[in-house]
Design a protein around this ligand. Structure first.
Ligand code: ADP
Ligand code: TZP
Ligand code: MG
Length: 265
């Protein structure tokens, strides 16, 4: 599996897919830089007038509800309609699912459009699958990823989406397949936008593997984890981790990836 995952990393570097994000103000810069560091090409856009044309030229669409408002929700619906019409894969990051009724209502509408992939932390996945009866704190998780596996399976069954629960162990589920990745570092949760970055990178990987969103998600999360732990080794705290993480994404070599990857079923 490790060789197959490395091939996906090389494919993103070689093909440089264009990835559109409708994402939050907090992470726009971080996620654009992470996409560039892995070799992909980011574009952040949400004007209603260009949604149809923009989605027509991208390899994948990332929908992140972090700093929602009604104008952007309409942008999301316009973009997803075109993505679904053209079979462009799209990835949902349900940031803060469960935190407010508005967020929950918007997410209900987005789920009906059947995301190709959903990537959230454990609390967000639990909230989504329980129709938001699981209380959440905000954008950070108060649950472990292992607690959200049944929730992920429910979402997969209802909407057909590959579901990734991130955390100390990243768990990716699709139909009867489950993959667990135990890379990364706890300090990653102390940098804002690391989850959003995972989602954005998943967009880049599914753009080069539209036929295999499960493999795309595993490859993106494996890269996040290995680059994150390499960067944490060189960092005194979250400030330097943010910068070192971009460098690790850019410089990662096959030998480091192979040595460190911790993958299981
Ligand atoms: N305790 C941890 N140990 C190792 N990696 C972690 C840990 N917490 C988060 N990560 C990693 O940080 C990234 C963001 O995950 P997470 O913090 O769950 O997302 P979010 O920012 O959306 O809450 C993922 O790549 C995940 O694997
Ligand atoms: C803090 C915050 N508030 C709204 S969006 C956002 C960023 C969340 O990013 P992540 O879930 O990747 O930590
Ligand atoms: Mg998040």
């Amino acid at each position: 599996m490790q060789e197959q995952l490395w091939k996906s990393i090389v494919l993103v570097r070689d093909k440089s897919p264009l990835v559109q994000s409708i994402t939050n103000y907090v992470v726009m810069n971080n996620t654009a830089n992470a996409l560039l560091a892995v070799g992909a090409s980011p574009i952040m856009a949400h004007a209603h007038e260009e949604m149809k044309d923009m989605v027509s030229i991208v390899g994948a669409l990332v929908i992140n509800i972090g700093t929602l408002d009604d104008y952007w929700v309409k942008s999301m619906h316009l973009a997803i309609a075109q993505a679904n019409a053209l079979h462009v894969p799209w990835v949902l990051d349900p940031v803060g699912a469960g935190a407010t009724p508005y967020r929950n209502e918007v997410l209900e509408g987005l789920l009906q459009l059947r995301p190709t992939i959903i990537r959230g932390n454990a609390s967000e996945i639990l909230a989504l699958a329980s129709k938001h009866t699981t209380p959440t704190k905000g954008v950070d998780s108060t649950h472990r990823s292992t607690e959200a596996v049944d929730a992920a399976l429910t979402l997969n069954q209802h909407f057909g989406s590959v579901v990734c629960i991130s955390g100390a162990t990243d768990i990716i589920v699709h139909k009867d397949k489950t993959v667990k990745l135990s890379n990364g570092h706890p300090m990653m949760a102390r940098v804002t936008g690391m989850g959003c970055t995972a989602t954005a990178l998943t967009g880049a990987f599914v753009a080069v593997h539209p036929e295999d969103p499960m493999n795309a998600t595993v490859a993106a999360m494996a890269l996040m984890g290995v680059a994150g732990e390499l960067a944490a080794q060189r960092s005194k705290g979250p400030g330097s981790l943010q910068v070192n993480f971009l460098d690790s994404l850019y410089t990662l070599r096959e030998s480091d990836f192979a040595e460190r990857l911790k993958v299981g079923a």
